[in-house]
Design a binder for this molecule. Sequence first.
Ligand code: F6P
Length: 486
Amino acid sequence: MYSYSKNTAQVVVVSNRGAYTFQEGHDQVIPRRTVGGLVAAVEPVLTAHGGTWISWCGRLDHSKEQGVKLGIPPGEPRYQIQEVFLTPEEHDHYYHGFCNAILWPLCHQLPERCSFEKAYWEAYRRVNQKFARITLEAKKEIYWIHDFHLALVPQLLRQQSPGAAIAFFWHIPFPPADLFQILPWGRQIIYGLLGSDLIAFHTSRYVENFLDTMSCYYPARIYPEQGLIRFRNRKILVQALPVGINYHRFEQLATDPAVRARAAEIRKSLGAEKVLLGIDRMDYTKGIPERIRAMACFLEKYPEYRGRVTLLQIAVPSRNGIGEYGILKQEVERIVGEVNGRYDQMYGAVPVRYRYQSLDQAELVAHYLAADVLLVTALRDGLNLVAKEFVASRIDGKGVLILSPFAGAAQELHGALLANPFEPAHLAAKIKMALEMSFQEQKSRLESLRRTVKSRDVRWWWQTNLKLVKSLGSGISPAAINAANL
Ligand code: F6P
Protein backbone atom coordinates (compact mmCIF):
# COMPACT_ATOMS: atom_id res chain seq x y z
CA MET A 1 0.00 0.00 0.00
CA TYR A 2 1.34 3.44 -0.89
CA SER A 3 1.58 6.10 1.73
CA TYR A 4 1.52 9.84 1.42
CA SER A 5 1.40 12.76 3.79
CA LYS A 6 -1.85 14.15 5.20
CA ASN A 7 -4.62 15.75 3.18
CA THR A 8 -4.40 13.60 0.06
CA ALA A 9 -8.03 12.68 0.70
CA GLN A 10 -8.88 16.21 -0.36
CA VAL A 11 -8.05 15.44 -3.99
CA VAL A 12 -10.65 15.39 -6.68
CA VAL A 13 -9.54 13.74 -9.90
CA VAL A 14 -11.34 14.77 -13.08
CA SER A 15 -11.00 12.85 -16.35
CA ASN A 16 -13.14 11.85 -19.26
CA ARG A 17 -12.81 8.13 -18.56
CA GLY A 18 -12.28 6.67 -15.12
CA ALA A 19 -11.45 3.21 -13.82
CA TYR A 20 -15.01 1.92 -14.35
CA THR A 21 -17.83 2.07 -16.81
CA PHE A 22 -21.35 1.58 -15.47
CA GLN A 23 -23.94 -0.68 -17.00
CA GLU A 24 -27.65 -0.68 -16.24
CA GLY A 25 -28.37 -3.53 -13.83
CA HIS A 26 -31.65 -4.82 -12.41
CA ASP A 27 -32.00 -2.30 -9.60
CA GLN A 28 -28.49 -0.81 -9.52
CA VAL A 29 -25.59 -0.08 -11.85
CA ILE A 30 -22.98 -2.74 -12.53
CA PRO A 31 -19.44 -1.30 -12.55
CA ARG A 32 -16.96 -2.80 -15.03
CA ARG A 33 -13.24 -2.07 -15.02
CA THR A 34 -11.62 -0.18 -17.88
CA VAL A 35 -8.02 -0.45 -19.06
CA GLY A 36 -5.60 2.26 -20.08
CA GLY A 37 -2.58 4.24 -19.07
CA LEU A 38 -4.42 7.08 -17.39
CA VAL A 39 -6.39 4.71 -15.17
CA ALA A 40 -3.31 2.72 -14.16
CA ALA A 41 -1.53 5.94 -13.22
CA VAL A 42 -4.26 7.76 -11.35
CA GLU A 43 -6.11 5.04 -9.48
CA PRO A 44 -3.33 4.18 -6.96
CA VAL A 45 -3.49 7.59 -5.27
CA LEU A 46 -7.25 7.39 -4.81
CA THR A 47 -7.16 3.77 -3.68
CA ALA A 48 -4.52 4.60 -1.09
CA HIS A 49 -5.98 7.82 0.24
CA GLY A 50 -9.57 8.20 -0.84
CA GLY A 51 -11.03 11.14 -2.72
CA THR A 52 -13.44 11.61 -5.58
CA TRP A 53 -13.07 10.73 -9.25
CA ILE A 54 -15.36 12.64 -11.58
CA SER A 55 -15.65 10.85 -14.90
CA TRP A 56 -17.92 9.79 -17.71
CA CYS A 57 -18.78 6.15 -17.13
CA GLY A 58 -20.00 5.24 -20.60
CA ARG A 59 -23.72 6.05 -20.08
CA LEU A 60 -25.68 8.58 -22.13
CA ASP A 61 -28.57 10.65 -20.79
CA HIS A 62 -30.51 13.62 -22.10
CA SER A 63 -32.20 14.74 -18.96
CA LYS A 64 -29.51 14.86 -16.23
CA GLU A 65 -25.87 15.95 -15.95
CA GLN A 66 -24.89 13.66 -13.08
CA GLY A 67 -25.42 9.97 -12.62
CA VAL A 68 -24.71 7.86 -9.58
CA LYS A 69 -22.08 8.41 -6.91
CA LEU A 70 -20.57 5.08 -6.06
CA GLY A 71 -17.97 3.78 -3.59
CA ILE A 72 -15.20 1.92 -5.46
CA PRO A 73 -14.12 -0.86 -5.57
CA PRO A 74 -17.55 -2.36 -4.97
CA GLY A 75 -17.68 -4.25 -1.70
CA GLU A 76 -14.70 -2.49 -0.08
CA PRO A 77 -14.88 1.13 -1.22
CA ARG A 78 -11.71 3.20 -1.07
CA TYR A 79 -12.85 6.24 -3.03
CA GLN A 80 -15.94 7.68 -4.74
CA ILE A 81 -16.78 7.89 -8.42
CA GLN A 82 -19.12 10.70 -9.41
CA GLU A 83 -20.58 9.77 -12.77
CA VAL A 84 -21.01 12.45 -15.46
CA PHE A 85 -23.62 11.84 -18.14
CA LEU A 86 -23.05 12.82 -21.75
CA THR A 87 -25.95 13.30 -24.15
CA PRO A 88 -25.82 11.20 -27.35
CA GLU A 89 -25.03 14.39 -29.28
CA GLU A 90 -22.15 15.27 -26.91
CA HIS A 91 -20.81 11.75 -27.16
CA ASP A 92 -20.74 12.13 -30.90
CA HIS A 93 -19.44 15.68 -31.21
CA TYR A 94 -17.28 16.05 -28.11
CA TYR A 95 -15.81 12.53 -27.65
CA HIS A 96 -15.82 11.13 -31.19
CA GLY A 97 -15.54 14.60 -32.74
CA PHE A 98 -13.36 17.16 -30.98
CA CYS A 99 -11.38 14.67 -28.86
CA ASN A 100 -10.84 11.82 -31.28
CA ALA A 101 -11.22 13.45 -34.69
CA ILE A 102 -9.31 16.66 -33.87
CA LEU A 103 -7.11 16.73 -30.76
CA TRP A 104 -5.99 13.10 -30.87
CA PRO A 105 -4.76 13.07 -34.50
CA LEU A 106 -3.43 16.64 -34.30
CA CYS A 107 -1.35 15.98 -31.17
CA HIS A 108 -0.05 12.76 -32.76
CA GLN A 109 1.06 14.90 -35.71
CA LEU A 110 -1.47 13.49 -38.17
CA PRO A 111 -3.37 16.65 -39.21
CA GLU A 112 -4.68 15.01 -42.38
CA ARG A 113 -6.87 12.85 -40.13
CA CYS A 114 -8.53 15.88 -38.48
CA SER A 115 -12.07 17.13 -39.21
CA PHE A 116 -12.24 20.71 -37.98
CA GLU A 117 -16.00 20.98 -37.44
CA LYS A 118 -17.33 23.97 -35.50
CA ALA A 119 -20.07 21.81 -33.97
CA TYR A 120 -17.35 19.63 -32.42
CA TRP A 121 -15.78 22.66 -30.77
CA GLU A 122 -19.12 23.83 -29.41
CA ALA A 123 -19.82 20.43 -27.89
CA TYR A 124 -16.31 20.35 -26.40
CA ARG A 125 -16.94 23.69 -24.69
CA ARG A 126 -20.31 22.56 -23.35
CA VAL A 127 -18.94 19.29 -21.98
CA ASN A 128 -15.98 21.04 -20.35
CA GLN A 129 -18.43 23.47 -18.71
CA LYS A 130 -20.47 20.54 -17.47
CA PHE A 131 -17.42 18.81 -15.94
CA ALA A 132 -16.38 22.12 -14.32
CA ARG A 133 -19.84 22.64 -12.75
CA ILE A 134 -19.84 19.15 -11.28
CA THR A 135 -16.25 19.50 -10.08
CA LEU A 136 -17.00 22.75 -8.26
CA GLU A 137 -19.75 20.99 -6.31
CA ALA A 138 -17.18 18.51 -5.01
CA LYS A 139 -15.34 21.37 -3.18
CA LYS A 140 -11.95 19.75 -2.54
CA GLU A 141 -8.62 21.27 -1.75
CA ILE A 142 -6.82 20.06 -4.88
CA TYR A 143 -8.32 19.62 -8.32
CA TRP A 144 -6.34 17.27 -10.55
CA ILE A 145 -7.59 17.38 -14.13
CA HIS A 146 -6.44 14.90 -16.74
CA ASP A 147 -5.90 14.88 -20.44
CA PHE A 148 -6.85 16.54 -23.68
CA HIS A 149 -10.57 15.92 -23.25
CA LEU A 150 -10.81 18.55 -20.49
CA ALA A 151 -8.36 21.32 -21.36
CA LEU A 152 -10.85 24.12 -20.65
CA VAL A 153 -11.71 22.92 -17.14
CA PRO A 154 -8.75 24.52 -15.27
CA GLN A 155 -9.67 28.07 -16.38
CA LEU A 156 -13.37 27.46 -15.71
CA LEU A 157 -12.52 26.37 -12.17
CA ARG A 158 -10.12 29.27 -11.68
CA GLN A 159 -12.84 31.79 -12.59
CA GLN A 160 -15.19 30.42 -9.95
CA SER A 161 -12.63 29.51 -7.34
CA PRO A 162 -9.60 31.82 -7.71
CA GLY A 163 -7.71 30.37 -4.73
CA ALA A 164 -8.05 26.72 -5.71
CA ALA A 165 -5.00 24.49 -6.24
CA ILE A 166 -5.35 23.16 -9.78
CA ALA A 167 -3.06 20.62 -11.43
CA PHE A 168 -3.37 19.40 -15.00
CA PHE A 169 -1.71 16.41 -16.62
CA TRP A 170 -1.61 16.12 -20.43
CA HIS A 171 -1.23 12.38 -21.20
CA ILE A 172 -0.62 12.48 -24.95
CA PRO A 173 2.12 14.15 -27.02
CA PHE A 174 2.10 17.94 -27.20
CA PRO A 175 2.97 18.78 -30.82
CA PRO A 176 5.30 21.51 -32.15
CA ALA A 177 3.82 25.02 -32.24
CA ASP A 178 3.52 25.10 -36.05
CA LEU A 179 1.30 22.09 -35.93
CA PHE A 180 -0.79 23.05 -32.93
CA GLN A 181 -1.62 26.38 -34.53
CA ILE A 182 -3.50 24.58 -37.29
CA LEU A 183 -6.22 24.17 -34.69
CA PRO A 184 -8.77 26.97 -35.16
CA TRP A 185 -9.49 26.93 -31.39
CA GLY A 186 -5.87 26.55 -30.29
CA ARG A 187 -5.81 29.86 -28.41
CA GLN A 188 -8.81 28.86 -26.29
CA ILE A 189 -7.28 25.46 -25.47
CA ILE A 190 -4.07 27.10 -24.27
CA TYR A 191 -6.00 29.68 -22.26
CA GLY A 192 -8.00 26.90 -20.64
CA LEU A 193 -4.82 25.13 -19.55
CA LEU A 194 -3.35 28.35 -18.18
CA GLY A 195 -5.95 28.28 -15.42
CA SER A 196 -3.80 25.59 -13.76
CA ASP A 197 -1.06 26.08 -11.18
CA LEU A 198 0.81 23.09 -12.55
CA ILE A 199 0.70 21.86 -16.14
CA ALA A 200 2.60 18.60 -16.54
CA PHE A 201 3.62 16.53 -19.56
CA HIS A 202 5.54 13.29 -20.03
CA THR A 203 8.68 14.77 -21.60
CA SER A 204 10.75 17.93 -21.76
CA ARG A 205 10.11 18.06 -25.53
CA TYR A 206 6.35 18.39 -24.91
CA VAL A 207 7.07 21.10 -22.33
CA GLU A 208 9.14 23.02 -24.90
CA ASN A 209 6.43 22.59 -27.53
CA PHE A 210 3.80 23.85 -25.10
CA LEU A 211 5.86 26.90 -24.11
CA ASP A 212 6.56 27.77 -27.76
CA THR A 213 2.88 27.43 -28.60
CA MET A 214 1.81 29.50 -25.64
CA SER A 215 4.22 32.29 -26.60
CA CYS A 216 2.59 32.44 -30.05
CA TYR A 217 -0.76 33.27 -28.47
CA TYR A 218 0.00 35.10 -25.21
CA PRO A 219 2.79 37.26 -23.85
CA ALA A 220 4.17 35.62 -20.72
CA ARG A 221 7.52 35.63 -18.89
CA ILE A 222 9.15 32.22 -19.16
CA TYR A 223 11.86 30.89 -16.83
CA PRO A 224 12.85 27.67 -18.62
CA GLU A 225 15.36 26.45 -16.00
CA GLN A 226 12.68 26.41 -13.34
CA GLY A 227 9.93 25.35 -15.68
CA LEU A 228 8.02 28.41 -14.60
CA ILE A 229 5.93 31.04 -16.34
CA ARG A 230 4.37 34.27 -15.17
CA PHE A 231 1.04 34.85 -16.80
CA ARG A 232 -1.26 37.75 -15.82
CA ASN A 233 0.19 38.01 -12.31
CA ARG A 234 0.06 34.31 -11.70
CA LYS A 235 2.92 31.84 -11.49
CA ILE A 236 2.42 28.57 -13.31
CA LEU A 237 4.75 25.59 -13.22
CA VAL A 238 5.19 23.67 -16.47
CA GLN A 239 6.99 20.41 -15.84
CA ALA A 240 8.01 17.11 -17.45
CA LEU A 241 6.86 14.34 -15.10
CA PRO A 242 6.60 11.05 -17.02
CA VAL A 243 4.01 8.65 -15.64
CA GLY A 244 5.46 5.64 -13.85
CA ILE A 245 4.14 2.15 -13.19
CA ASN A 246 3.60 0.10 -10.05
CA TYR A 247 7.08 -1.41 -10.40
CA HIS A 248 6.84 -3.73 -7.40
CA ARG A 249 3.55 -5.20 -8.55
CA PHE A 250 5.07 -6.20 -11.90
CA GLU A 251 8.18 -7.56 -10.24
CA GLN A 252 6.02 -9.51 -7.81
CA LEU A 253 3.85 -10.98 -10.57
CA ALA A 254 6.98 -12.01 -12.44
CA THR A 255 8.03 -14.19 -9.50
CA ASP A 256 4.59 -15.77 -9.08
CA PRO A 257 4.85 -19.50 -9.98
CA ALA A 258 1.41 -19.47 -11.64
CA VAL A 259 2.43 -16.56 -13.89
CA ARG A 260 5.74 -18.25 -14.75
CA ALA A 261 3.95 -21.49 -15.59
CA ARG A 262 1.57 -19.57 -17.81
CA ALA A 263 4.54 -17.89 -19.55
CA ALA A 264 6.03 -21.32 -20.29
CA GLU A 265 2.66 -22.48 -21.62
CA ILE A 266 2.36 -19.47 -23.96
CA ARG A 267 5.89 -20.01 -25.20
CA LYS A 268 5.25 -23.70 -25.86
CA SER A 269 1.96 -23.05 -27.64
CA LEU A 270 3.72 -20.71 -30.08
CA GLY A 271 6.15 -23.43 -31.11
CA ALA A 272 8.81 -20.87 -32.02
CA GLU A 273 12.49 -20.76 -31.23
CA LYS A 274 12.26 -17.01 -30.75
CA VAL A 275 9.25 -14.87 -29.83
CA LEU A 276 8.71 -11.22 -30.73
CA LEU A 277 5.84 -9.51 -28.90
CA GLY A 278 3.67 -6.47 -29.58
CA ILE A 279 0.94 -5.35 -27.15
CA ASP A 280 -0.97 -2.21 -28.05
CA ARG A 281 -4.40 -0.65 -28.08
CA MET A 282 -5.79 -1.06 -31.58
CA ASP A 283 -4.95 2.50 -32.64
CA TYR A 284 -3.50 3.94 -35.83
CA THR A 285 -0.83 5.74 -33.80
CA LYS A 286 0.68 2.48 -32.54
CA GLY A 287 2.19 1.37 -35.86
CA ILE A 288 0.71 -2.15 -35.89
CA PRO A 289 0.45 -2.56 -39.71
CA GLU A 290 3.93 -1.06 -40.08
CA ARG A 291 5.32 -3.56 -37.53
CA ILE A 292 3.78 -6.54 -39.32
CA ARG A 293 5.20 -5.28 -42.63
CA ALA A 294 8.59 -4.96 -40.96
CA MET A 295 8.23 -8.59 -39.87
CA ALA A 296 7.64 -9.53 -43.50
CA CYS A 297 10.73 -7.54 -44.48
CA PHE A 298 12.72 -9.34 -41.76
CA LEU A 299 11.71 -12.76 -43.09
CA GLU A 300 12.44 -11.65 -46.65
CA LYS A 301 15.90 -10.29 -45.85
CA TYR A 302 16.92 -13.02 -43.42
CA PRO A 303 15.32 -16.24 -44.73
CA GLU A 304 17.31 -18.32 -42.23
CA TYR A 305 14.77 -17.17 -39.62
CA ARG A 306 11.68 -18.45 -41.47
CA GLY A 307 9.84 -21.09 -39.45
CA ARG A 308 11.88 -20.16 -36.36
CA VAL A 309 10.50 -16.79 -35.25
CA THR A 310 6.95 -15.69 -34.44
CA LEU A 311 5.61 -12.19 -33.91
CA LEU A 312 2.76 -12.41 -31.38
CA GLN A 313 0.64 -9.28 -31.78
CA ILE A 314 -1.99 -8.59 -29.12
CA ALA A 315 -4.31 -5.76 -30.13
CA VAL A 316 -6.48 -4.46 -27.31
CA PRO A 317 -9.96 -3.34 -28.49
CA SER A 318 -10.36 0.44 -28.32
CA ARG A 319 -12.76 3.20 -29.46
CA ASN A 320 -14.93 0.67 -31.23
CA GLY A 321 -17.61 3.16 -32.19
CA ILE A 322 -15.20 5.16 -34.37
CA GLY A 323 -15.11 4.17 -38.05
CA GLU A 324 -11.35 4.59 -38.50
CA TYR A 325 -10.67 2.09 -35.73
CA GLY A 326 -12.83 -0.55 -37.44
CA ILE A 327 -11.02 0.08 -40.72
CA LEU A 328 -7.67 -0.31 -38.96
CA LYS A 329 -8.75 -3.65 -37.48
CA GLN A 330 -9.67 -4.92 -40.94
CA GLU A 331 -6.37 -3.69 -42.32
CA VAL A 332 -4.36 -5.41 -39.57
CA GLU A 333 -6.24 -8.68 -40.12
CA ARG A 334 -5.67 -8.47 -43.87
CA ILE A 335 -1.93 -7.87 -43.48
CA VAL A 336 -1.58 -10.72 -40.97
CA GLY A 337 -3.23 -13.05 -43.53
CA GLU A 338 -1.02 -11.74 -46.32
CA VAL A 339 2.24 -12.14 -44.39
CA ASN A 340 1.35 -15.59 -43.11
CA GLY A 341 0.23 -16.64 -46.60
CA ARG A 342 3.57 -15.63 -47.95
CA TYR A 343 6.05 -16.71 -45.28
CA ASP A 344 4.44 -19.64 -43.46
CA GLN A 345 6.66 -22.71 -43.94
CA MET A 346 3.92 -25.28 -43.18
CA TYR A 347 6.13 -26.42 -40.30
CA GLY A 348 7.71 -24.62 -37.33
CA ALA A 349 6.75 -21.15 -36.23
CA VAL A 350 3.88 -19.22 -37.84
CA PRO A 351 5.22 -15.75 -38.85
CA VAL A 352 2.48 -13.70 -37.15
CA ARG A 353 0.06 -14.77 -34.43
CA TYR A 354 -2.63 -12.17 -33.77
CA ARG A 355 -5.16 -11.80 -30.96
CA TYR A 356 -7.75 -9.06 -30.54
CA GLN A 357 -8.41 -8.91 -26.80
CA SER A 358 -7.48 -7.26 -23.51
CA LEU A 359 -5.28 -8.97 -20.95
CA ASP A 360 -5.33 -8.63 -17.17
CA GLN A 361 -2.07 -7.82 -15.35
CA ALA A 362 -1.10 -11.44 -14.65
CA GLU A 363 -1.64 -12.38 -18.31
CA LEU A 364 0.32 -9.32 -19.41
CA VAL A 365 3.30 -10.32 -17.29
CA ALA A 366 3.09 -13.94 -18.53
CA HIS A 367 3.29 -12.59 -22.10
CA TYR A 368 6.22 -10.30 -21.24
CA LEU A 369 8.06 -13.31 -19.77
CA ALA A 370 7.27 -15.50 -22.75
CA ALA A 371 8.93 -13.09 -25.21
CA ASP A 372 12.53 -12.59 -26.32
CA VAL A 373 11.89 -9.14 -27.74
CA LEU A 374 9.20 -6.52 -27.11
CA LEU A 375 8.40 -4.23 -30.01
CA VAL A 376 7.07 -0.81 -29.00
CA THR A 377 7.21 0.80 -32.39
CA ALA A 378 4.51 3.46 -32.24
CA LEU A 379 4.40 6.07 -35.00
CA ARG A 380 3.78 8.56 -32.20
CA ASP A 381 2.98 7.89 -28.54
CA GLY A 382 2.68 10.15 -25.49
CA LEU A 383 4.84 7.85 -23.37
CA ASN A 384 4.08 4.07 -23.50
CA LEU A 385 3.68 2.16 -20.27
CA VAL A 386 3.91 -1.28 -21.92
CA ALA A 387 7.65 -0.63 -22.38
CA LYS A 388 8.03 0.11 -18.65
CA GLU A 389 5.95 -2.91 -17.62
CA PHE A 390 8.11 -5.22 -19.75
CA VAL A 391 11.27 -3.87 -18.15
CA ALA A 392 9.88 -4.27 -14.61
CA SER A 393 8.76 -7.84 -15.35
CA ARG A 394 12.12 -9.08 -16.70
CA ILE A 395 13.63 -9.98 -13.36
CA ASP A 396 15.58 -12.71 -15.18
CA GLY A 397 17.73 -10.08 -16.95
CA LYS A 398 16.68 -11.46 -20.34
CA GLY A 399 14.77 -9.74 -23.10
CA VAL A 400 15.33 -6.83 -25.45
CA LEU A 401 13.17 -3.73 -25.80
CA ILE A 402 12.90 -2.23 -29.29
CA LEU A 403 11.52 1.26 -28.95
CA SER A 404 10.34 3.90 -31.37
CA PRO A 405 12.11 7.26 -30.99
CA PHE A 406 8.64 8.78 -31.45
CA ALA A 407 7.32 7.34 -28.17
CA GLY A 408 7.81 9.64 -25.18
CA ALA A 409 9.39 6.74 -23.28
CA ALA A 410 12.43 6.94 -25.59
CA GLN A 411 13.50 10.14 -23.79
CA GLU A 412 13.76 8.16 -20.56
CA LEU A 413 14.55 4.52 -21.42
CA HIS A 414 18.14 4.68 -22.55
CA GLY A 415 18.96 0.97 -22.66
CA ALA A 416 16.40 0.26 -25.41
CA LEU A 417 17.26 -0.36 -29.08
CA LEU A 418 15.79 2.54 -31.00
CA ALA A 419 14.18 1.74 -34.35
CA ASN A 420 12.36 3.91 -36.86
CA PRO A 421 8.88 2.38 -37.38
CA PHE A 422 8.49 4.14 -40.75
CA GLU A 423 11.46 2.26 -42.24
CA PRO A 424 10.75 -1.50 -42.52
CA ALA A 425 14.33 -2.48 -43.46
CA HIS A 426 15.76 -0.57 -40.52
CA LEU A 427 13.29 -2.14 -38.10
CA ALA A 428 14.00 -5.58 -39.60
CA ALA A 429 17.73 -5.06 -38.98
CA LYS A 430 17.03 -4.06 -35.36
CA ILE A 431 14.93 -7.21 -34.89
CA LYS A 432 17.89 -9.29 -36.09
CA MET A 433 20.25 -7.41 -33.79
CA ALA A 434 17.89 -7.98 -30.84
CA LEU A 435 17.57 -11.71 -31.57
CA GLU A 436 21.33 -12.08 -31.75
CA MET A 437 22.20 -9.92 -28.73
CA SER A 438 24.35 -11.69 -26.12
CA PHE A 439 22.87 -12.43 -22.72
CA GLN A 440 25.51 -10.18 -21.15
CA GLU A 441 24.38 -7.20 -23.22
CA GLN A 442 20.67 -7.90 -22.61
CA LYS A 443 21.35 -8.02 -18.89
CA SER A 444 23.35 -4.83 -18.72
CA ARG A 445 20.80 -2.90 -20.82
CA LEU A 446 17.96 -4.22 -18.67
CA GLU A 447 19.77 -3.28 -15.46
CA SER A 448 19.99 0.32 -16.51
CA LEU A 449 16.38 0.34 -17.77
CA ARG A 450 15.15 -1.22 -14.54
CA ARG A 451 16.90 1.42 -12.44
CA THR A 452 15.12 4.18 -14.34
CA VAL A 453 11.69 2.55 -14.23
CA LYS A 454 12.05 1.73 -10.53
CA SER A 455 13.17 5.20 -9.45
CA ARG A 456 10.37 6.97 -11.31
CA ASP A 457 7.50 4.67 -10.44
CA VAL A 458 3.84 5.58 -10.17
CA ARG A 459 4.21 6.70 -6.55
CA TRP A 460 7.02 9.06 -7.48
CA TRP A 461 4.73 10.42 -10.20
CA TRP A 462 1.67 11.25 -8.16
CA GLN A 463 3.59 12.35 -5.11
CA THR A 464 5.59 14.82 -7.20
CA ASN A 465 2.53 16.19 -8.97
CA LEU A 466 0.60 16.66 -5.74
CA LYS A 467 3.56 18.03 -3.78
CA LEU A 468 4.17 20.64 -6.43
CA VAL A 469 0.61 21.80 -6.69
CA LYS A 470 0.22 21.97 -2.92
CA SER A 471 3.34 24.10 -2.59
CA LEU A 472 1.95 26.53 -5.14
CA GLY A 473 -1.15 27.36 -3.12
CA SER A 474 1.05 29.44 -0.83
CA GLY A 475 3.31 30.76 -3.59
CA ILE A 476 6.11 28.81 -5.26
CA SER A 477 9.08 28.05 -3.08
CA PRO A 478 12.21 26.66 -4.70
CA ALA A 479 12.56 24.45 -1.61
CA ALA A 480 9.31 22.73 -2.46
CA ILE A 481 10.54 22.12 -5.98
CA ASN A 482 13.79 20.68 -4.63
CA ALA A 483 11.92 18.53 -2.15
CA ALA A 484 10.05 17.04 -5.07
CA ASN A 485 13.40 15.92 -6.48
CA LEU A 486 13.04 17.55 -9.85
O1 F6P B 1 -3.55 8.18 -23.66
C1 F6P B 1 -4.73 8.86 -23.77
C2 F6P B 1 -5.94 8.05 -23.47
O2 F6P B 1 -7.04 8.91 -23.31
C3 F6P B 1 -5.76 7.23 -22.22
O3 F6P B 1 -6.10 7.90 -21.12
C4 F6P B 1 -6.62 6.05 -22.48
O4 F6P B 1 -6.07 4.94 -21.88
C5 F6P B 1 -6.57 5.88 -23.97
O5 F6P B 1 -6.22 7.13 -24.49
C6 F6P B 1 -7.86 5.30 -24.52
O6 F6P B 1 -8.77 6.28 -24.76
P1 F6P B 1 -10.35 6.22 -24.63
O7 F6P B 1 -10.70 6.70 -23.27
O8 F6P B 1 -10.81 7.11 -25.72
O9 F6P B 1 -10.77 4.79 -24.82
